[in-house]
Design a protein around this ligand. Structure first.
Ligand SMILES: [Zn+2]
Ligand SMILES: [Zn+2]
Length: 360
């Protein structure tokens, strides 16, 4: 079967024939129908978070179950599912305390990648998934059922971008209905912070980004106001919209220090700053330390929207079916696997919400 293999950091991927090990007792083999390109795939492929190569990336996927390990009872052959990088045991300290993305249990797939070339060379399962390939073998916890009639390309977005953004609002911050919120960065994750905040009823819901096009899109995804991050008196404008107090919640969707500092400045006293974007390794955040205590602010990190797939997926699907969660509208373009480098280049250039690799 075919996969896009990354052999050198920052270089185009090569389409190669690969093979998969059969699924272990608690693993499944999935035929991939769609896999969206996420910025994390590109960051890893560029080497900014370290890691080893060669690897197959792709972790925002959907498909159908082809084979189940002998202890899997959750799925049957042919079931439509999304496939995520969230590999979790469901019972460790973190899984039990609502932070399944931090699960620290050990899985057989950590010891042995299931992917190799036809010649037997081991390929790393990038982001625990390796879904820029026709099939994957993953832990059973990495999949969740989707309805038969849900389009695979739209469903794939639920695997990462949507849950990271909307989950940061609803799960991590447990945002209070009727609060006001600012979302900094209106790319894939930021638009989904907006969608999550909109579902909770945030008012006003203010989008901040550098690019005018993204601000336009933000308004379509639920923002009530949109401002350029370079706007001179941005703090003042946001205070005016919030009875002079500042933001109850600020969600920073990008891994950018300036955006995080700006978020800190826009908060009201006792407001909550939620950081959902990841910077490169080694970057430091220079905050005015006295303001943290004196203003009683809360600073929270959000990893994958504190998602518990089993708990959360039914509600995201319901919101999609009710028209409250836009997924189809998030797709910019669809590409076959053979054109993946073109799709990645378009993402790098920006102005892409989600490009999706689709399989026959
Ligand atoms: Zn992702
Ligand atoms: Zn766990």
């Amino acid at each position: 079967m075919k996969a896009a293999v990354c052999r050198e950091f920052g270089k185009p991927w090569t389409i190669e024939d690969i093979q998969l090990a059969p699924p272990g007792p608690r693993e499944i083999r999935v035929k991939i129908k769609a896999c969206a390109i996420c910025h994390s795939d590109i960051s890893y492929a560029d080497g900014i978070w370290g890691g080893e190569l060669p690897a197959v990336f792709g972790h925002e996927a959907s498909g159908t179950i082809l084979e189940t390990g002998n202890e899997v009872t959750e799925f049957s052959i042919g079931d439509p599912v999304i496939v995520t990088l969230l590999r979790h045991c469901g019972s460790c300290f973190f899984c039990s305390s609502g932070e399944a993305p931090l699960c620290d249990s050990h899985f057989p797939l950590y010891d042995q990648s299931p992917i190799s070339t036809l010649g037997g060379e081991t390929l790393l399962q990038g982001l625990r998934t390796g879904a820029f390939a026709e099939e994957v073998v993953v832990d059973v916890s990495q999949a969740a059922s989707i309805p038969e009639n849900m389009p695979f390309d739209s469903a794939s977005l639920l695997s990462c971008g949507v849950i990271t953004g909307a989950g940061a609002v609803i799960n991590t911050a447990a945002m209070q209905p009727g609060s006001n919120a600012v979302v900094i960065g209106c790319g894939g994750v930021g638009l989904n912070c907006l969608q999550g905040a909109n579902i909770v009823g945030a008012d006003p819901l203010i989008a901040v980004d550098l690019h005018p096009d993204k601000l336009q899109t933000a308004m379509e995804f639920g923002a009530t106001h949109a401002f350029s991050s370079t706007e001179e008196d941005l703090s003042e404008k946001i205070r005016t919209l919030t009875q002079g107090r500042g933001a109850d919640y600020v969600f920073v969707s990008v891994g950018n220090i300036q955006a995080m500092l700006q978020g800190f400045e826009l908060l009201r006293r006792a407001g909550t700053l939620v950081v959902a974007g990841m910077t490169g390794v080694g970057e430091k955040l220079p905050l005015e330390a006295i303001d943290i205590g004196d203003n009683a602010v809360r600073i929270m990190g959000s990893k994958m929207g504190s998602t518990d797939l089993k708990r959360d997926m039914p509600q995201w699907i319901r919101h999609y079916q009710d028209g409250k969660l836009k997924l189809d509208e998030l797709i910019t373009d669809r590409y076959p696997l053979e054109r993946i480098n073109e799709a990645v280049e378009a993402v790098r250039k920006g102005n892409v919400m989600r490009n999706v690799i689709v399989f026959d």
